[in-house]
Ligand binder design. Sequence first.
Ligand code: COA
Length: 157
Amino acid sequence: MLSDPETMRFYPAAYDRAGVENWIARNLRRYADDGHGLWAMILKATGELIGDCGLTVQDVDGSNEIEIGYHVRRDLWGQGLATEAARACRDYGFARLPVEHLISLIRPENLSSRRVAEKNGMTIWKEVTRQNLPHLVCAIRRDRWQPKEKAVEKPPL
Ligand SMILES: CC(C)(COP(=O)(O)OP(=O)(O)OC[C@H]1O[C@@H](n2cnc3c(N)ncnc32)[C@H](O)[C@@H]1OP(=O)(O)O)[C@@H](O)C(=O)NCCC(=O)NCCS
């Protein structure tokens, strides 16, 4: 997935084998240091590894933000899998971490990722440059968060 040029077209380059090994090592370090990172996305029906999604610490304009990131295996795009995983990470992040908002950093031309962020309740907060490329900082504030459990508990209007 991380070596697939189509999947990685909004990144500076697809990863070679060493790049993937570094990516795995980086996320193992995040699990140990932060208690979270990009996790394996597993298709419940088959148990297959089909992507990653999770929470990573990102420096944005000098402050540490928690980002929800996602990659899905290309043959499974468009089935709502990234949205399901991103919403689960959002609910986990707000439930477990003392943060006032969660973000996703997205290249403006990455329309499918922008749509996932939108379905995850995010709106565009600001634009920043990372790795010399413009990125949207999409964000959801805690007070706009409606976890599934809360929504179910709400009395009818
Ligand atoms: C972004 C990505 C994770 C989305 O995964 P996915 O499982 O296909 O996402 P979902 O099915 O949950 O939602 C995708 C949405 O984008 C929409 N979409 C797809 N292509 C689009 C396009 N060109 N323009 C506008 N919307 C688009 C889909 O219609 C869907 O929205 P809908 O439910 O309203 O129809 C996947 O495309 C991917 O792995 N891309 C490469 C890695 C990447 O860019 N990751 C994000 C880095 S910021």
